[in-house]
Design a binder for this molecule. Structure first.
Ligand code: SF4
Length: 636
């Protein structure tokens, strides 16, 4: 039976809301398949506004892959702004997809990609608007399977009550495998209802179904154990790793937004994973090992993506793009190819060395020499050793001098505050460093027209990292240190005006910390916050710390216990049954070495130090150089 579009009902509401265009769909390269042509149907959600969600690579890739599968269709849905939410509630309009404006509840799967935990309340809004019971236990045969993915899914416990399932790691292959399980089950007449479907998914070992695991607690609140409550369900669920990125050259047909979005460019992921070993970086840890896309595939994807989308900016993405083994060739080849055209290239630059400046020079051949970003992360040498960010002050000064002398006028430096073992002087060290950067720029150019922006983020300890046991700094400490830093920067007549300072207060990091390392008991807080009007918690204008703290108090959840408390080695962590491949002993040892300033090299260039990922996951580091060329070219 075809499912009717709700667009005629939505259309009447659109003149009354902000940015109505974000809800209409019809973007270049969007796909609407005939409902009856498919027997497996996915609604893919990015739980934030369209302007943030549309450029998300994970959703875009799965959208294409699933729509290419015969008998499968995928449509997109995003979080609606509170103005439209109110009207939808008043008029009884359900959560819809932007592609064919079909009600989300009619789909087999609602797949939600969480880049950050601050999207959890938006999940609840979408479920509620869709008419899907919030709690998985209350769902029936007519409701979709609510499935989480993305980095936050590596600890989905705080939203376990609201999820039917979660998937860890790369989604390309597992989304196809899940579609096949659903197809087979539906083809057999849906035996055993959704319980059996979930069981089939759980038995595969690649899908985590929270309801098949019971959590027991010690009297003091720590977890005693997490154990399967059904036979045939694995004790640990493993992450998925795509080993040959060249086999998955997506997006092939990039979505071109109708409304303004945070990134308007064609992005090519040039490698996945990172083995630099920064101890705070969850993305680096959970995406190991490094798998490079080859220079020829990158060249072909750029060429095809521009042709299919008309974008005039190409971003080469990864966790540390300058580390691709053939990035020099890629940069030169693409800069040559697009020289004189209106296509510009960008590379998120974070590596602190002269090579990075050479790359930036290549990439800016066709565009403006605007700003360069470096991420020393820690303000003092000691702090940088603790986080395993091997950048010396000398490296940084040498690099920025080169940048300024080659015509770059704006340098952005990214740091974190609240890192483990951090003292006041480590944060004040940021001011000294910034002043030295300006001084170096003035000396290199002979000009006083030099700018540097210091941007500071609050550190949040994340699951599956060596800092997963660390006590998070309380927000008062973070705010006090940031205020002292601001005073030190602004109070300096010689440098103050040359240094911009961007930071957030420490409160949102505490909520993020609660959600990152929370367990199932934190779900009650999320629900209470949502009931109290919590929406778009990643947006400072919507975020309310007081709302979160009052909900935690009502739910009997001690926020400090989840955030500022340091964990013992043997404490069962809420995500211990979810396997990112990292050896727990290695993580603990690395945490101990962090405290004593021990450094770990990058296993791309040095021997394996047994973090555990490759043997556990059956993977390996995959890097070049391939020695191949970016050519041939067909279109310039
Ligand atoms: S197992 Fe060895 S080679 Fe593989 S990511 Fe870990 S340290 Fe690197």
């Amino acid at each position: 039976m075809p499912v009717e579009s709700i667009f005629h009902r939505l259309e009447a509401l659109l003149p009354k809301v902000q940015k109505p265009i974000q809800y209409v769909g019809g973007e270049l390269n969007s796909t609407v398949k005939d409902w009856d042509s498919a027997d497996v149907r996915w609604a893919l959600m990015y739980p934030d506004a369209y302007e943030v969600g549309l450029p998300n690579q994970g959703v875009a890739i799965l959208y294409e892959i699933l729509n290419e599968l015969p008998g499968t269709l995928a449509e997109r849905t995003y979080a609606v702004w509170p103005d439209l939410e109110a009207l939808m509630r008043a008029e009884g309009v359900p959560q819809f997809t932007v592609d064919a404006h079909r009600p989300v509840r009619a789909f087999d799967v609602l797949g939600v990609s969480f880049s950050t935990e601050l999207g959890y309340t938006n999940l609840l809004t979408a479920l509620d608007l869709a008419g899907i019971p919030l709690r998985a236990a209350d769902r029936g045969e007519e409701d979709p399977i609510v499935l989480a993915g993305g980095h936050a899914a590596f600890n989905p416990e705080p939203i376990a009550d609201f999820l039917d399932a979660a998937v860890l790691g790369d989604g390309e292959q597992i989304s196809i495998a899940i579609s096949e399980v659903i197809r087979e089950w539906k083809g057999e007449g849906s035996p055993g209802g959704r319980d059996e479907l979930l069981m089939r998914l759980a038995e595969s070992g690649g899908v985590y179904v929270p309801k098949f695991y019971d959590v027991e607690y010690h009297p003091d609140g720590r977890i005693k154990r997490v154990a399967p409550n059904r036979a045939d369900v694995p004790w640990r669920v493993h992450k998925h790793t795509v080993m040959d990125l060249d086999e998955w050259p997506y997006p092939k047909k990039p979505l071109v937004p109708l409304a303004e979005t945070v990134h308007e460019r064609f992005s090519v992921e040039i490698f996945r994973g990172c083995t630099r070993g920064c101890r705070f970086c969850q993305a680096g840890m959970i995406t190991r090992p490094v798998r490079e896309r080859s220079i020829t595939t990158i060249g072909a994807m750029v060429e095809n993506g521009i042709k299919e989308s008309g974008f005039n900016e190409v971003g080469l993405l990864s966790l540390s793009s300058a580390d691709h083994s053939e990035i020099g060739e890629v940069a030169k080849g693409l800069a040559d190819r697009y020289e004189g055209t209106n296509t510009s290239l960008s590379l998120p630059s974070t590596r602190v060395d002269a090579f990075n400046i050479d790359l930036a020079n290549e990439f800016s051949r066709n565009g403006r020499r605007s700003g360069l970003t470096f991420a020393p992360e820690g303000g003092s040498e000691r702090m940088r050793k603790v986080i395993n960010k091997m950048v010396t002050e000398e490296d940084l000064i040498r690099t920025v001098s080169t940048a300024y002398s080659q015509g770059w006028r704006q340098v952005k430096l990214y740091f974190m505050c609240g890192l483990p073992t951090e003292q006041d002087e480590d944060v004040l060290g940021i001011a000294d460093l910034a002043k030295k950067v300006i001084q170096a720029g003035r000396e290199a150019t002979g000009s006083r027209d030099i700018r540097c922006t210091v941007s500071i983020g609050g550190f949040v300890p994340k699951p599956h990292t060596p800092f997963q046991w660390a006590g998070q700094a309380d927000h008062e400490t973070v705010d006090r240190r940031l205020k002292a830093l601001r005073d030190s920067l602004r109070g300096d007549k010689n440098y103050g005006r040359a240094i911009g300072f961007r930071y957030h207060d420490g409160k949102p990091s505490i909520v993020e910390g609660l959600l990152s390392r929370g367990d199932r008991r934190v779900g009650a807080v999320i629900k209470a916050v949502w009931e109290d009007g919590g929406r778009f918690d990643g947006w400072s204008e919507h975020f309310s710390y007081e709302r979160w703290m009052s909900a935690a108090e009502k739910a009997g959840v001690d926020v400090d216990w989840y955030t500022t408390r340091e964990r013992e080695e043997n404490e069962v962590l809420p995500w211990d049954h979810l396997d990112a491949g990292l050896d727990r002993e290695w993580l603990w040892q690395d945490w101990q070495e962090a405290v004593t300033g021990g450094e770990v090299e990058d296993c791309r260039w040095t021997p394996c130090y047994d973090c555990g990922v490759c043997p556990t996951m059956g993977t390996e580091i995959q890097i070049g150089p391939t020695g191949r060329k970016l050519l041939p070219l067909t279109v310039v």
